[in-house]
Design a protein around this ligand. Structure first.
Ligand code: NDP
Length: 475
């Protein structure tokens, strides 16, 4: 595995980068170096773009059946290599192995099943009522930039629709998670993907990411990560008028009404917030609680957070792992301190590193009460195990606080009244509303309103983002 960390995958082969820049790859639980990654530069992007543009000529002409056969082979390989993916992800970014297997690696299979179903049913040619014919065609060469927090989930959500629609692509994964990215590249190779259809260039955002976004032979950029980096991609893509789809941050509200099953819903809400050590863009990080059940909800939240164990990602179990990197640990600790300084009440946790962990970027689950929505910890995406709790008086007040954020990725809603659930969901400005613990299902669209991005990933809408529409007018 360490050997291929020195290589990019271009034109169907593992090749040596032109740049000689490198970066250490570290295990966040042990802080030990586990590899050295060779970083690319604009010249490597150029080689990959040429390979992808050349491959597009023939791959765009393949039939839907050809592409279904390719994806079905990849599906079998994804099932066979699931455990290897889970171990790679756990080692490189610290997801505990049980969760890494059941959620992180499982996304390679789940999203692929969702895309296959969508591809089989999609109408690629239709006759409009005016007699014109409408065709859906692949957009071209796609540049794909993915983060470290759900590495295979994000890669699958971008690479699979490209392969499904007849596009070719160049992936730049986060340089913090190259083990799973390389393994996935090998799986795509083993599935028999034609050379140049899928390419992988490692490197950092400002160099490789920017070179992709600016490249004249690339027609579309799909980016997941911070709003700051998404804005940079958009700016870089302007001169070549690329389509840009963005999946950015969130500060998702979770509205808890007194008529819900309080014990279950508050406990599950805390667990959902701390899942993946709080490093999920759609995590329910702002718990808005109706005043009538506020004190009881605080007790449940505190007790739940304190019952969560921290532990070694290599061990089976439902403990939570470390943050992915020391940079993230420093960021999250500073934001917790900011919460204390701005006057929020610390219920449990805090900025100190846990004394019982000599190594690893661990932080205890932290819960703040009596938070006001204008505090930094209620406005900024923290991306760590930190929950803020805000009281509300009534439905209108809850909706006003929920929507008072530049983000709009997800929202969560706990109520025993089905009519209220629909009424409130309709007024929440978010791409998804999870009601009474309803989970995301593969094949459904995922994406945000406002500064959480644009476009949708997954299933049929996820395919459409990678397609152009052509109209035939007959004389
Ligand atoms: P970034 O947005 O910087 O990183 C995500 C990806 O974008 C990486 O592959 C990164 O490469 C790349 N990137 C960075 N700058 C550019 C650029 N100018 N052009 C093109 N690509 C670029 O996130 P961080 O890892 O620094 O995390 C910072 C914060 O971002 C987190 O605390 C969290 O709030 C948010 N975030 C949100 C995610 C989400 O799923 N919505 C995922 C990850 C982070 P490189 O690593 O080399 O910079």
């Amino acid at each position: 595995m360490l050997e291929t960390l020195g290589m990019h995958y271009v034109g169907g082969r593992w090749i040596t980068p032109l740049s000689d820049a490198t970066m250490p790859v570290t295990n966040p639980a042990s802080e030990a170096q586990i590899g050295t990654l060779a970083m690319g530069d604009a010249r490597d992007v150029d080689r990959a773009a040429k390979a992808a543009a050349e491959a597009f000529e023939s791959y765009a002409q393949t039939s839907r059946d050809d592409r279904i056969a390719l994806l079905e082979t990849l599906l079998q390989i994804s099932r066979d290599r699931l455990e290897d993916l889970a171990k790679a992800i756990s080692t490189e970014m610290g997801a505990p192995i049980t969760m890494s297997r059941e959620a992180q690696a499982d996304a390679a299979v789940g999203h692929l099943e969702g895309f296959l179903e969508a591809l089989k049913s999609q109408t690629l040619r239709e006759t409009l009522s005016n007699g014109d014919i409408l065709l859906r065609e692949p957009i071209g060469v796609c540049g794909l930039i993915t983060p470290w927090n759900w590495p295979i989930n994000q890669i699958a959500l971008k690479v699979l629709p490209a392969l499904a629609t007849g596009c070719t692509c160049i992936l730049k994964p986060s340089e913090y998670t190259p083990l799973s990215a390389n393994l996935y590249a090998q799986m795509i190779h083993d599935a028999g993907t034609p050379p140049g259809v899928f390419n992988l260039v490692h490197g950092d955002g400002p160099i490789v990411g920017a070179a992709l976004s600016r490249h004249p032979d690339i027609q579309m950029m799909s980016f997941t990560g911070s709003t700051r980096a998404g804005q940079a991609v958009t700016r870089d893509a302007v001169d070549t008028v690329k389509r840009v789809t963005l999946e950015l941050g969130g500060k998702s509200p979770n509205l808890v009404f007194a008529d819900c099953d309080l014990e279950t819903q508050v406990r599950d809400s805390v667990l959902e917030c701390m899942y993946n050590t709080g490093q999920s863009c759609d995590a329910p990080t702002r718990l808005l609680v109706e005043r009538a059940c506020y004190d009881r909800a605080l007790d449940i939240a505190k007790h739940t957070a304190e019952s969560l164990a921290l532990g070694d990602p290599a061990q089976e179990g439902d403990h939570i792992g470390p943050l992915y990197d020391e940079i993230q640990l420093t960021r999250v600790r500073a934001l917790i301190q900011k919460g204390i300084d701005e006057g929020a009440r610390l219920l449990t946790g805090g900025p100190d590193r846990p004394a019982d962990f000599q190594k690893g970027w661990y932080l205890r689950p932290t819960v703040f009460a009596d938070v006001s929505n204008d505090m930094t910890i209620a406005q900024q995406e923290i991306f760590g195990p930190v929950l803020v709790i805000i009281p509300f008086e009534d439905e209108d007040h809850a909706i006003q606080i929920a929507n008072d954020t530049p983000y709009g990725l997800a929202a969560y809603l706990q109520t025993g009244d089905p009519e209220r659930a629909e009424r409130v969901a309709a007024r929440l400005r978010a791409g998804a509303v999870h009601i009474n613990g309803g989970a995301f299902n593969y094949g459904s669209p995922f994406g945000g309103y406002k500064q959480s991005g644009n476009g949708r990933e997954g299933g049929l809408l996820g395919l459409e983002d990678y397609q152009e529409v052509k109209t035939l007018h007959f004389g």
